[in-house]
Design a protein around this ligand. Sequence first.
Ligand code: RM4
Ligand code: MN
Length: 391
Amino acid sequence: MIDLPDLAHVKAALRAQRIETPSWGYANSGTRFKVFPQAGVPRSPEEKIADAATVHRFTGAAPSVALHIPWDRVEDYGALARYARDLGVAIGAINTNVFQDNDYRLGSVTNPDPVIRRKATDHLLEAISIMDLTGSRDLKLWFSDGINYPGQDDIRDRQDRLAAALRQTYDRLGEDQRILLEYKLFEPAFYVTDLPDWGTSYAHCVELGERATVCIDTGHHAPGTNIEFIVAFLLRQNKLGAFDFNSRFYADDDLMVGAADPFQLFRIMNEIVRADALDPAYGINFMLDQCHNIEAKIPAIIRSVMNVQEATAKALLVDRDALREAQQEGKVLEANAVLMDAYNTDVRPLLAELRAEDGLDPDPIAAYHRSGYQQQIEAERAEGQQAGWGA
Ligand code: RM4
Ligand code: MN
């Protein structure tokens, strides 16, 4: 008989868990074929923050919201941060955007034209100024830079240009600020992407220094990539800074985390628990980076937070002593069974109990639907321009 880990310990770990939601997840989104607008979608950064605060109100686990510049550009960032604080959430990572300007056809920080490289780097520096005003710790960098045809540009020169822009950005960071460097295999570039994988991101982070760490977007790999290996490796090197959680069946699908492959999410969280890296004090930012193209947005984000909690609870239930013993003794099937026992445990009653103990509704989605918030935003936000990828 396997001893289950002490439940008080499991509950304490789950209570401490924090998941950051993305402002753009509340806005309209779609594919290149069609964006289907939804009633009640925010028209401003403030309304996105209000929705994020609502997710936090029902889950108790999502106390920060990531912004995306320029989609969330405002006159007064200090006021925006105060607005968020009054609603019970903090401004999280600042995401930069050097992929939507006409100037970036041949790249942003890796563009062959130094004037365009300057403009792109200035945007990254501007994002740090916004962090100064909002109190954000994390600067998230994702570059769509790359080339489509062999010979189009010099692969190595582009690495030099990337390194130079990252250096300038890193040197501008305040003491408590850091860079989260994201990578993505392909799209929009189809031949070379300048930051295609975790190894490239890791190497640039090592070159930059302690305050540069890798961000793993779970949708940014080749099919079949073993993401938990990347997690384990980066944790061992102290270079895992963040996740952009989502799930995918094919490419960068940006579906709800844990929807396409809940077992993969469990395997990832298992490495996190193995490294004792769950607590916010460890410094990993567990963010969502998702788009809800056809499903209702706020319930989808609540669902996503719950999916991460469920995978985490299962990872916390792994009997570490039994696992280690089986591993040491080379008992392959027994070791695998320890993991599967935890994965196959229904943790929903445990999470419901935890929420009830904390004064939350045990069923956050049902509570959201009962709350009237959706009807309220649909009425209040009937007029005006809904937020989307361009605003
Ligand atoms: C990019 C990347 C970034 C996110 C934007 C919206 O593909 O994943 O993390 O900020 O999308
Ligand atoms: Mn991402």
